[in-house]
Design a protein around this ligand. Structure first.
Ligand code: ATP
Length: 239
């Protein structure tokens, strides 16, 4: 049984239908990527999974449970956690306070669990440990992305949703973020990633789905899609 299974999902904004019945699944332990051009429906897919956009048709199953109509905050408790879109760091709070905000999502957490999770986040991001007292708003773009991911991890996700974590970052920082994404996955967190940076994302993904104008047009193992001539031409800028 997949951890996440979406069937025939249709989502719209008013009368505009953004997703026309997509199906996809994520197995426990996988790193799965959604690739697609601007407006393909990637962000809408993430919003539907996290529960902030309703479905007009279809279903979402998580760990065998139908969550199609479950409220967003209950999905967080169930283990579906999205790193905030566009970083979304609280600028007037310290790094530590930002991370703690992620942990408050877990209502029944105890101190030992909190400390273990914080240690894990600081192991992944030593930079955040050094800068724990610094205001979020004064961190660099790459550091803010680390705070955003770290905050999501503080809620102990079973499925981590990442929407374009590399957006707007310098190439060296992008490399670093991708390495950390792989590491988070390797330490046992299932990840669904949205990325424009197809080369990096496909090479690191177990599987990927290609979205075009609200439909899944192709899916397969990441490295296989990376070698696909049509995908190379459309998403990797090479013919
Ligand atoms: P991008 O990489 O540019 O964010 P995307 O693949 O994430 O693209 P979505 O943001 O999911 O695409 O958009 C899918 C479609 O839904 C687009 O046609 C877009 O114009 C439309 N859409 C997205 N958000 C809204 C909104 N708040 N109101 C109306 N239409 C929207």
């Amino acid at each position: 049984m997949p951890l996440l299974e979406i069937k025939d999902m249709t989502v719209g904004y008013g009368r505009i239908e953004a997703l026309h019945g997509i199906s996809l699944s994520v197995e426990s332990g996988e790193l799965v990527t959604l690739i697609g051009a601007n407006g393909a429906g990637k962000t809408t897919t993430m919003r539907a999974i996290s529960g902030v956009r309703p479905l007009t048709r279809g279903s979402i199953m998580f760990d065998g449970q139908d969550i199609t109509r479950m409220k967003a905050h209950l999905r967080v408790l169930a283990g579906i956690v999205q790193a905030p879109e566009g970083r979304g760091v609280f600028p007037g709070m310290t790094v530590q306070e930002n991370l703690d905000m992620g942990h408050y999502a877990r209502k029944f957490a105890n101190k030992a669990e909190y400390q273990a999770t914080l240690d894990h986040v600081f192991e992944l991001f030593p930079r955040l440990k050094e800068r724990r007292a610094q205001m979020g708003g004064t961190m660099s773009g790459g550091e803010q992305q680390m705070v955003a991911i770290g905050r999501a991890l503080m809620a102990r996700p079973r499925l981590l949703l990442l929407d374009e974590p590399s957006m707007g970052l310098a190439p060296m920082i992008i490399q670093q973020i991708f390495r950390i994404v792989s590491e988070i996955n390797a330490t046992g967190t299932t990840i669904l990633l949205v990325e424009q940076n197809a080369q990096q994302a496909l090479s690191r993904s177990d599987r990927a789905y290609i979205l075009e104008t609200g439909e899944v047009v192709k899916s397969g193992p990441g490295p296989e899609l990376l070698a696909d001539p049509a995908i190379k031409e459309a998403y990797l800028g090479v013919a």
